[in-house]
Ligand binder design. Sequence first.
Ligand code: ABU
Length: 934
Amino acid sequence: MSEFRFIIFVVIVITTVADCHKWPPKNKVLHIGGIFPINGTEGWQGGMACQPSAMMALEDVNSRFDLLPGYKLKLHWNDSECEPGLGALVMYDLLYKPPQKLMLLAGCSTVCTTVAEAAKMWNLVVLSYGASSPALSNRQRFPTLFRTHPSATVHNPTRVKILQNFGWSRIAILQQAEEVFISTVEDLETRCRESGIEIVTRQSFLNDPSESVRNLRRQDARIIVGLFYVVAARRVLCEMYKQGLYGSSYVWFFIGWYEDNWYEANLAQEKIECTREQMKEAAEGHLTTEALNWNQDNQRTISGMTVEDYRKRLNAELLKNGHDVTVRFPDGYQEAPLAYDAVWAVALALNRTMHRLAERGRSLDDFTYNDAVSAGEIYSAMNATQFLGVSGTVAFSSKGDRIAWTLIEQMINGQYNKVGYYDTQTDNLTWLAEARWIAGKIPQDRTIIIDKLRTVSFGLFVTMSLVSSVGIAAAIGLIIFNLVYREQKLIELSQPACNNVMLVGIVLLLSSVILLGMDGDSVPVVHFPIVCQLRAWLLCLGFTLAFGAMFSKVWRVHRQSTKSKEETSKMKEKKSRTQSAKSKVDWVLVGLGFIDVLILTIWAIVDPQIRTLENFQLENPTDTEEDIKIRPSMEHCESKHQNIWLGVVYGYKGLLLIFGLFLAYETRSMKVRSINDSRYVGMSIYNVVVLCLITAPVSLVISSQADASFAFVTAALAFCCFISMALIFVPKVVEVVRNPDRPGDGDDETDQTVSKEEEERYRKLQQENEQLQQLIASREHKLKLLNQRLLERNASVNVNGVTPSPIVSTANNTTVSTPPMSGSTRTTTIHLPPAKKNSEVRFSTSSMEMLPNKTRVGVGIMKIHCTETIVTDTASSATPTTLVFNEQVVDGSGDDQEEYEEECVAGVELIEKITDSPMFQRGGAARSPEESYL
Ligand code: ABU
């Protein structure tokens, strides 16, 4: 019996002890508010799993009588859809609808930002189970916020560690335009900068990532950190597939808190235009980093459950809520332990606060939104909270952040494989498995670019250098030739000094061929500007000397052939004084050279040319499969204001070319005794102008092709020089070789080309001359007969006492008149004294029958071609004839004295009928036949 009593006693004791655990009864309620994102279409809808998890925690907390004794915790919650506006509305509902709330739970960064910023006004502590935004770590802005969810910045040290591990130093970032990601990227940028990792581009998008992905491609991004919510992640993945930004050459870093099969979920609802297979293909190989939200040890946690116990309970709870976790985990499954631990943290903090307030004689029941004292106690209690939860050790940093490890995973065959852990606090990266790469090797962080300088090929350079050397040798030879034969009239009359200047110019131009072929392979980069300067000087001065010498010649020919008579005589006078000086100084050339030197000097000082590289489109190498591209580039000599300088030089040279061309055309059939090769010089000018007009634009078009450009420019240069030398010097050399001992004869030996007009004119003159000679002969014969008859008659008259008529002779400005003779024909013969070639005689006559073959007009100009001109008038003996020679005009077309010494050719040419000629009348030298009749 006593044994029975003992057993009863033990049972009563055990029962009493057990009942003490549940004492006192929880008949008062503490209210907390909860905001869960569940049914939204964008952002994080982690409330799906977090809300049931929080309810589980609430149940567990309330079942503990040692926690919040006498109080039950009650959670009032609503859905924010991860929309900040809706989140704010839910918060106001919770605050203003009784009962009074002691704390708030919130998830989703965008909503948390709104809630936590406002909550301080109501002296409310907010605990976030699902907000990763680094911006939330700002204690000034969010003074009452705590979170069991780690800040997204915990991923960044991990990312940097992985980048360094694989040797990637060039990354790109693609982010959704949300504060959570913006602040994460800012932190990542800082860390990358500190670690020497270049961020090649940072692309952000609101909803449609297509343009951003395209930009990544343009920037040759290979290692890309993507920061976006899961809905946007699916869009990005599809775009990656479409634009080919996946596979062996790319590595993507995604956020690790998406559910495992996120890439194939909701494709139809979200109108993703990629199939599951395509999404899976694009997702293959990507890496994720995520904070460890699930305790890694299977030890018992504060609730008495292990993580496995918790998982089973949660799965069962989710199944009850309609989520078949065997098919797909609901959003927020990863963060569910954080929500569970958040409720425990609230309970523990309130429990501690309750005791602290009790010491002050206060109670949690008295809390109002104005109660800063109680709020301060709750804040302090939360700050001190530390326990082992299902998410690991829960503790809060001074910024309210959770401290956690990060997990690195890689998607292989559509499944996430754990590859490592990183502990930020100890900087310890632990690899669980090797990362696997599609191509079997670590992808490159960029395309390997091999620079290739486009240079002139060696064969071409040698060929053109040889050609130009031959030209230089020829030019030097011709200079020597000019000097050796300078005494010969032929050379003397070709302005040898001018020709030598031209040859020096040609030497300079041909020397520039060698400089044009030099490039970075043959000249050190530091010395390249010298090559640039030399090129400019040789080309400019060479052109000016060579072309300027030709220009100077045609300029003088033109000037001499267009001078008026008075100018001629004045010039003659002046020239005789300065002749010796002028033969030495060619002011045209000096002037052109001076302008060149001036421009080049200012250019070199103010804005010197330097070596620049023109890069061309990347090319694929033909001999390798590697991820390599060839970047062709070409060297140029450029100043800052290159176009201005080129404009000045081309403008000046262009004007010279145009003016030279004009002069060459104008003087094409002019001959000046003192410049016997002007016609060839003119032809050279045509040649230079045409080649310059072709070469300048063509060389601009092909400037990006080193060989073509060099070949074209240097060939044109050499061609110009060779043609000019050949045209101007070959006839001279030939003539000198033929007649080496003829020092004095230089009469137009080299310029024997006669124009067609001249040939025609010469032929006509010859014909006319022959006719006139025949006429003169017949008239002389007649005259002879008549004189004979006259003598005979005079003899008979003498016999009868009559005086004979005189025989007429003429002179310049002579009026000849013979009295009418009735019934017979009278002949007037005029002998003109020797006249200069091409001189003109103006005459008038009253006889209509004078110069019967042509000049049956009263007034005209005769061009005298001979030493003696005979004008025969066979007027009717009945008509009185008056022949008046008004003046003799000497038309010397050249300035030089030598021209006046030329011999006259036989013949008379009537060049103008000037009866009505204003010129003739203006001169006032002619008189009408009546006036002339004396
Ligand atoms: N792990 C989910 C975080 C969601 C958010 O920060 O909005």
